[in-house]
Design a protein around this ligand. Structure first.
Ligand SMILES: Cc1cc2nc3c(=O)[nH]c(=O)nc-3n(C[C@H](O)[C@H](O)[C@H](O)COP(=O)(O)OP(=O)(O)OC[C@H]3O[C@@H](n4cnc5c(N)ncnc54)[C@H](O)[C@@H]3O)c2cc1C
Length: 293
């Protein structure tokens, strides 16, 4: 399968990339690792006239934390997320998602910005980023804005990003004390497979042995975008963590999702797995709280 013809641009700064995007708009497409885009171009699903590579922009390749705030450049690779001690310590659920993504070859090229940019409801990184309440920075030639990832996805392949904008950074504030998160993905095979269901959960307690003050549960593959399990979250708030509470939240999450039957699995099975994974990820999140206490 041959690639369609395109002009290739390799800016070395964000400002230069923004200028190119402003000039070509809908005719251009950003390329980071290319692990998703190249497949779509070979299949002729996408045929942009201009490809704007982010690979030479060093400002997009860093991740650091200062106090409780973690900043991750859009071109930080999935392999780097999987290997980074800082990410493992501060954002354990994201680290788990990165380790689950694809194969070593894919992880070496794939970037966090590209994973978000695909807007695939089965993608591995958005659920944990959403439960951490991550914000993304979108830049264009006239400025920048910050958008919560919880408001970012509009449908399969559709996001809040405008044609002239670049996602430059992901920002997570981990200042809530007594908090933890968990992520689990389920596929038919253990690797190199599209997820069947994936769930991330986050809880924060009001005291080390207190009640749940903040709860976020995000489910993937069971709707047109990653979905918040709002009924499950309501059940958790104000309660002391326990296995029976987590099971109740899991049951509620099953009612919050809208899976479809497809060749990967039946809607009924996916719903049941949402219940199981919600309960288990809440258990992982609570373990993190108690380990840090
Ligand atoms: C064999 C194989 C296995 C895979 N396994 C998994 C898996 O297990 N889990 C999973 O989640 N994904 C998987 N993928 C999909 C893909 O590898 C990931 O989604 C990856 O993170 C995409 O990142 P990338 O840098 O390669 O994105 P690219 O392909 O470069 O870009 C993807 C999309 O995002 C846009 N984009 C990229 N960067 C930016 C930016 N900074 N700002 C705005 N838009 C941007 C692009 O224009 C494009 O539309 C797999 C792919 C393959 C080929």
């Amino acid at each position: 399968m041959l690639l369609p013809k395109f002009d290739f641009h390799e800016p070395s700064t964000i400002a230069e990339a923004c200028q190119i995007m402003a000039e070509y708009g809908q005719k251009a497409r950003l390329i980071a690792g290319g692990t998703d885009l190249m497949v779509n171009m070979k299949k002729k699903v996408l045929s942009p006239e201009h490809l704007v590579s982010l690979a030479r922009i060093d400002e997009l390749k860093n991740a650091d934390s200062s106090g409780d705030v973690v900043k991750i450049g859009a071109c930080f690779t999935v392999a780097e997320l999987a290997e980074s001690e800082m990410i493992r310590n501060k954002l354990g659920a994201l680290n788990t998602g990165a380790r689950a993504l694809g194969s070593p070859l894919i992880r070496n090229l794939a970037t966090i910005g590209g994973n978000i940019g695909t807007a695939r409801p089965a993608a591995d990184l958005p659920p944990s980023l959403m439960v951490y309440d991550a914000k993304v920075v979108l830049k264009n030639s006239s400025g920048e804005r910050s958008v919560s990832l919880n408001d970012f996805f509009k449908g399969p392949g559709l996001t809040e990003i405008q044609p002239d904008e670049i996602l430059t950074e992901i920002i997570v504030d981990r200042s809530l004390p007594h908090s933890g998160a968990g992520y689990i993905n389920l596929g038919i095979r253990k690797a190199q497979d599209c997820n069947l269901v994936n769930v991330a959960s986050f809880i924060a307690l009001d005291a080390p042995d207190g009640v749940i003050q903040t709860a976020r549960v995000v489910m993937g593959c069971v709707g047109p975008v990653h979905l918040r399990a709002t009924s499950a979250e309501k059940i958790l708030i104000g309660e002391k963590p326990s296995d029976s509470l987590f099971a109740k939240a899991g049951d509620a999450a099953m009612g919050d999702c809208t899976p479809i039957d497809d060749f990967r699995g039946s809607a009924k099975y996916k719903k049941a797995m949402v219940g199981v994974l919600t309960k288990r990820t809440l258990g992982i999140a609570y373990k993190e709280v108690t380990n840090d206490a």
